[in-house]
Design a protein around this ligand. Structure first.
Ligand code: DC
Length: 231
């Protein structure tokens, strides 16, 4: 039994760059307050992986956007992961190659538009949603928004440790370079770039443990009466 309970229908947006710890923090916070988590990165990663599987040109926005429409008809996305054509895809979407391709398709306005209403529909019942444009676009009306950051070195170190754990050997400098490129693409794109929402609270996790970040969030949510202590 968690010590805290979110008020009914609560939506929490968590945005930040790759490696800022959004996913880990979102899962722990969700357990603490009894909400589900939706990782929107999975949608962009699946889009990239299916486009690559189908041999589409990743520069051809119209072709990728048309593929997204078909993909949505065969997709189940939940806190448990993402299923496409009756197969679980989440694990095979975690590679660097898919991540880099995801950031390319994520820069396409028609792809983002195609994925928007599914995200908004699933959030209706209340959830923690993590991504890049959740506080600014997808859940612009969320009563709680966090923007997680960490230094580029620390983010690269975390990503590298994660990749090693998955058996993908890569050197730290290559991971750092890849992160820099991805940051630049995510921040500089014209449509829904990675930017802190004006009403989001920034938390720098460079020197904080995950539980310390979550404690800060719990304090803020409790002060705003968005979560209640369970007696
Ligand atoms: O969070 P992630 O690494 O799984 O995201 C993969 C890519 O998708 C990343 O380059 C940014 C993009 N993305 C996005 O543009 N908007 C989101 N809401 C989520 C992810």
């Amino acid at each position: 039994m968690s010590e805290w309970q979110a008020i009914a229908g609560l939506k929490i947006a968590i945005d930040g760059p790759s490696g800022s710890g959004k996913g880990t923090v979102a899962k722990l916070l969700a357990q603490e307050i009894g909400l589900t988590v939706l990782d929107t990165g999975l949608l962009y990663r699946l889009t990239a992986a299916v486009a690559l599987d189908q041999g589409l040109d990743l520069k051809d926005e119209l072709a990728v956007a048309a593929m997204v429409n078909d993909m949505l008809a065969n997709l189940t996305w939940s806190s448990a992961g993402i299923r496409y054509q009756d197969e679980e895809w989440a694990d095979r979407l975690r590679t660097e190659a898919v991540g880099a391709a995801a950031s390319t398709v994520a820069a396409m306005p028609k792809v983002r538009e195609g994925l928007l209403s599914l995200q908004q529909q699933l959030a209706c019942a209340g959830c923690i949603m993590d991504g890049r444009d959740i506080g600014t676009v997808v859940l612009a009306d969320a009563p709680a928004k966090f923007f997680l950051t960490a230094s580029i070195r620390e983010r690269a170190r975390r990503r590298w440790t994660q990749l090693k754990g998955l058996g993908h050997a890569d050197d730290l400098d290559a991971v750092l370079l890849d992160l820099k490129k991805r940051d630049q693409r995510d921040r500089e794109r014209q449509h829904a770039p990675l930017v802190q929402a004006v009403d989001a609270i920034a938390i720098d996790s460079t020197t904080l443990r995950v539980d310390e970040v979550v404690d800060r969030m719990l304090g803020i949510l409790a002060r705003r009466e968005l979560i209640k202590a369970v007696l």
